[in-house]
Design a protein around this ligand. Structure first.
Ligand code: MN
Length: 478
């Protein structure tokens, strides 16, 4: 879809009518500054910032964020300065535009010192205001939606960069709606024929399953209504990239247990569990496919109950049960706070980012750990922008670790003292050697002894994360 300025204003009017004026001012200013510039599609340049602002308004973003979305390319592509934006709007808007502009210059693969220092500044800048990431994600989403006008080389390059940097960022802040659209758009350009094949197959399966899903929806709705649980139920299919990943792992499309989901939304947390019982009463669950992400949220704060049941016509159907607020968080991630916590959303977002989101903590840790810029960038890349595994602590907390991590890395991630006094490790109640490679869902227990000799020399080679390696070196006084 291509949103116009009128669409944007209509949307803002719905949730924040008092800010229409300043947003109109930002639009007129950007329109004036970009005058004469044309996108490769042939559209006037202003259509791009308007659509970026529209994506942000769909998340009910605050006025500063919408204004920054409208102005996000003015520092780069027109003659104004940051000070001009401060004067015409305010410091927050100027900082947001500046942050987004810098983020575009981030370069993970450069080895030059000034690039590395710049990348570091950008990455740590993100942590001062998470809205920078959100505007950048909206910018990338609109650019990916209009990628057909670029050269094939540019398409592939942008798609790769999207997968490498922006999909993980969207995941870290829990913005699943943006994440899955970015994934599908990337796949469409990286593997066009594969993308088309899966897309057609998915459409066909959706048609074939429609009766079954509608029947389930109807029955679940009836039983919830009878039990006086107010609800809303939606049907969703896994995104194309999600299916592609499963196929790549050797699964057949018909065997994917969560290919189709019914998303059941209710008001209260207690009602989620009541709904679970009612669903299980109607349809037999597959026992080992049940997940409680309400009491055990994902590291990006996603919360929901997942249960896969035997639906009609021998079809497996996943049901996702959550409250309406949890559903907002699942779609928009951290940014859902705009819709839930009117007024103080900005501060609550920033606080929660610090306290609850593991990627943020890792980022702060890495920043304080590594003085050398090249090491810092390498570490961010290998810890935060690579394959990850999720393991449990003995208290049942979920820890996010880069793939390749060992019990030594786990121990140092818990606390430096735990690493330094570790004498042995257990995984799923079995003793494991220190070079054991941790796997998804492992339960890890570290045995410590205050009288231990401390980390042994060979641990430095066994540890996977440079974080642990560095702590070991520090202990050994090197
Ligand atoms: Mn842009």
């Amino acid at each position: 879809m291509n949103a116009t300025f009128d669409d944007l204003i209509k949307l803002v009017q719905e949730y924040n009518p008092s800010e229409v004026e300043v947003i109109t001012k930002a639009h007129d200013y950007a329109d004036y500054l970009h005058k004469g510039q044309v996108r490769q599609s042939g559209d006037a340049y202003i259509t791009h910032p308007v659509n970026v602002a529209y994506i942000l308004a769909e998340m009910q973003a605050d006025a500063d964020t919408i204004c920054a979305g409208l102005l996000h390319d003015t520092l780069e592509d027109t003659n104004i300065t940051k000070e001009d934006i401060v004067e015409n709007f305010n410091k927050d808007v100027a900082n947001l535009v500046d942050g987004v502009t810098k983020l575009a210059k981030m370069n993970f693969s450069s080895k030059e010192e000034h690039n590395l220092a710049n990348t570091r500044k950008i990455i740590t800048g993100i942590t001062s205001d998470v809205r920078i990431i959100i505007i950048k994600l909206a910018d990338r989403l609109h650019n990916m939606r209009t990628l057909q006008f670029k050269s094939e080389f540019k398409q592939k390059e942008n798609a790769l960069e999207t997968m490498e940097i922006f999909v993980p960022l969207a995941y870290y802040i829990g913005a699943y709606r943006i994440k899955s659209e970015l994934e599908d758009l990337s796949l469409r350009y990286l593997k066009p024929s594969m993308y088309q094949r899966i897309k057609e197959r998915k459409l066909k399966l959706e048609e074939e399953s429609d009766d079954c899903l509608q029947e389930m929806l109807f029955k679940i709705k009836a039983i919830l209504n009878d039990s006086l649980v107010p609800n809303e139920i939606k049907v969703r299919t896994k995104n194309i990239y999600g299916i592609y990943k499963k196929l790549n792992n050797g699964e057949r499309i018909a065997d994917i247990h969560d290919l189709f989901s019914l998303k059941i939304m209710v008001q209260e947390v207690e009602e989620c569990y009541k709904t679970l019982y009612l669903v299980h009463k109607l349809y037999h669950p597959i026992n080992d496919k049940f997940k409680d992400y309400i009491c055990n949220p994902k590291t990006n704060m996603y919360q929901s109950l997942h249960t896969t049941v035997f639906g009609p016509q021998e079809r497996l159907v996943q049901t996702q049960i959550r409250t309406f607020d949890m559903d907002l968080v699942a779609s928009f991630g951290l940014t859902a706070y705009w819709a839930i916590n009117k007024g103080d959303a900005r501060n609550i977002m920033q606080d929660d980012l610090k306290n609850k989101y593991q990627f943020f903590k890792s980022l702060v840790d890495i920043n304080s750990m590594f003085k050398d810029n090249q090491e810092f960038v390498r570490q961010v890349k290998s810890e935060l922008f690579s394959d990850k595994i999720y393991v449990y602590t003995t208290k049942g907390e979920i820890m996010e670790m880069p793939k390749g991590s060992t019990p030594i890395d786990f121990a140092y991630k818990i606390h430096t003292d735990v690493g330094n006094t570790m004498i042995s490790a257990m995984v799923n109640d079995e003793w494991v050697p220190f070079n054991y490679e941790l796997k998804n869902k492992d339960r890890v227990k570290i045995i410590t002894d205050d009288l231990s000799y401390g980390p042994r020399m060979e641990w430095e080679d066994i540890a996977f994360t440079s974080y642990a390696k560095k702590r070991i070196r520090e202990f050994r006084g090197r």
